[in-house]
Each structure stands twice: as structure tokens, then as C-alpha cells.
Write a protein of this length. Structure first.
Length: 147
């Protein structure tokens, strides 16, 4: 019964990860479609006196713009491929999950040390949950293969 519940939780977490990957991909592509100045102007106009948004809009550079666009697109594609592989129960996807998510977590924590962006912690927690559930699923998958 517990394994069945863990499997259901695994499926839900992978679907959430897939939705997040789609949002990242759409967001990254959208960033590529607009200039740095247009994004900064839009942020400034829509900050509604939010100090953080105003500060971000003032310091938003073309280098940051390129970084965020690339990061979101690449992160979205890689996570989308992993999600697809996990949902199709492909052995490579489990190994890729452990390697890729470990690298993303390390980078997210490194980036957090500079930005203190709580969103990075949320993504890291989701990644850790997916990894733990994927590990359990992988063990069950291997047992099934040897049986």
C-alpha cells in the first residue's frame, strides 16, 4: 500500500516537474522575444512601488537577460526530456535524473548564495522531492527487471 502511494506521489511530482519545465521553456522563449530595455521598462511600469521589482528593473542588464533566457530554455528542455523518460519508465531517465538534478541543485544553491532568491530554494526542494521519489521508483523498477 505504501509503495502504491509513493508511486502515485512520484507520478504527481514528475507531472508538476513537467509543468514547471513547460513554464520555464515558455518564459525563456518569451525573454528571447523582447529586448532588455523593453523588459526593464515593463518591469518599471508595473512595479507598483515594489522596491524589489524597481531595484531589479534598474539593474537588469543584457547579460542578465541572456543568462535568464538561456537558463530557462535549457533547464526547461532538459527537465522536459527527463520527465518524458520517467513517465515512459526508461532506465536512462532515472540515471539522468540523479545526475542532472544534482547539478541543477548545486548550481541553484550557488546562485542562491548570491541572490537570496527564495524561488531557487523552492525549485531545489521540488528537485529533492523528485529525486527521492525517483530513487524509490528506480529501486522498484530494478526489482521488477530482476524478477
Amino acid at each position: 500500500m505504501l509503495q502504491h502511494r509513493l508511486h502515485q506521489l512520484f507520478i504527481v511530482s514528475v507531472i508538476v516537474k513537467g509543468l514547471h519545465a513547460a513554464i520555464e521553456l515558455i518564459g525563456g522563449v518569451t525573454l528571447y522575444l523582447f529586448s532588455t530595455d523593453a523588459i526593464a521598462a515593463w518591469l518599471w511600469e508595473n512595479s507598483h512601488s515594489n522596491d524589489w521589482v524597481e531595484r531589479f528593473a534598474r539593474t537588469f542588464s543584457s547579460r542578465e537577460h541572456s543568462f535568464y533566457a538561456f537558463y530557462l530554455v535549457s533547464h526547461g528542455i532538459v527537465n522536459g526530456l527527463i520527465v518524458g523518460g520517467l513517465l515512459l519508465r526508461k532506465l536512462w531517465a532515472y540515471h539522468a535524473t540523479f545526475v542532472v538534478l544534482t547539478l541543477f541543485i548545486a548550481y541553484q544553491l550557488y546562485r542562491f548564495s548570491y541572490t537570496q532568491d527564495i524561488g531557487l530554494i523552492v525549485i531545489t526542494i521540488i528537485d529533492l522531492i523528485v529525486m527521492a521519489l525517483a530513487w524509490n521508483e528506480y529501486r522498484m523498477f530494478k526489482r521488477h527487471l530482476t524478477a
